[in-house]
Design a protein around this ligand. Structure first.
Ligand code: GLP
Length: 258
């Protein structure tokens, strides 16, 4: 796991875009995350798309998760959010952006269909991840099986509270979601986790320095051969190894890949 500590969120977005751009130029399959953390990165990628020859036309994308129970097209639905914040500003067609169908009558069947779609696409090349304050990735709350696949999950009250800022009131936050499982997420070739702000410092320390445990779902990243974590200083504050990570970055061999 490479842990890159940048001074601020702007630099995190820039560095993350450098990594993602390499994949976009190969027409890769991108794993997209919602939440506020990757928004700056999406903005930077949109900027590069307009300012340079960076094209997403050969890429396709898969979302990590979706709320169950929101009407189709609801502005806080993750499909709609990713369209509004990212994909409608770049040259990727809507039918190349996939998400689990959380409006289906039979969500178990929808979860299986999504797994099959991922498989048929040859899997995700680079998966962008945010981090929940309770250590979740996607919507895999503490206690999630480390080998879980796409399925229905119930949100932790803390997550409902964290996400209430996107809705008019906490009562409007859906309690259920369809999310890629931890086993689904770690099938991606490269995991790129972004963490910014002091509210993520405990979860970031637990994911990188705590035990591999369902108590911190993001700790499953320790079991993956190609992980890049990019954080800002406030999010890095509780990692005991932060000084080492800074030294590694300062001496990174020029030809060592991301
Ligand atoms: C939600 C999403 C996660 C995201 C997390 C953190 O729970 N399902 O994918 O990582 O929020 O969100 P934020 O980046 O807004 O802190």
């Amino acid at each position: 796991m490479e842990i890159v500590i940048m001074e601020n969120a702007q630099q995190v977005a820039h560095r993350a875009s450098d990594v993602i751009e390499l994949y976009v130029r190969r027409g890769a399959t991108l794993g997209l995350a919602t939440g506020s953390t990757p928004l700056e990165t999406y903005k930077e990628l949109i900027r590069r798309h307009h300012a340079t020859d960076l094209s997403f036309a050969e890429c396709r994308a898969f979302l990590l998760d979706e709320y169950v129970g929101l009407p189709q097209g609801h502005p806080q639905g993750y499909r709609e959010t990713i369209r509004r914040e990212f994909t409608r500003h770049i040259d990727i067609s809507d039918d190349q952006v996939h998400g689990p169908d959380a409006s289906a009558e039979d969500v178990r069947a929808a979860a299986l269909t999504y797994e099959r779609q991922l498989l048929a696409a040859g899997g995700v090349d680079i998966q962008i991840l945010g981090l929940g304050t309770d250590g979740h990735i996607g919507f895999n709350e503490p206690g999630s099986s480390l080998v879980s696949r796409t399925r229905l999950k119930t949100l932790h009250p803390q997550t409902v509270q964290d996400n209430a800022r996107f809705f008019e009131s906490p009562q409007q936050v859906p309690r259920h979601v369809l999310t890629q499982g931890l086993g689904t997420i770690v099938d991606a070739g490269h995991l790129l986790l972004l963490a910014t702000g002091p509210t993520k410092s405990a979860a970031l320390a637990a994911l990188s320095e705590g035990p591999l445990s369902a108590a911190c779902p993001a700790s499953v990243l320790q079991w993956h051969p190609h992980v890049t974590v990019i954080s800002d200083e406030p999010a890095a504050a509780e990692m005991k190894l932060r000084h080492y990570h800074r030294a590694v970055l300062a001496q990174k061999p020029p030809r060592q890949p991301h």
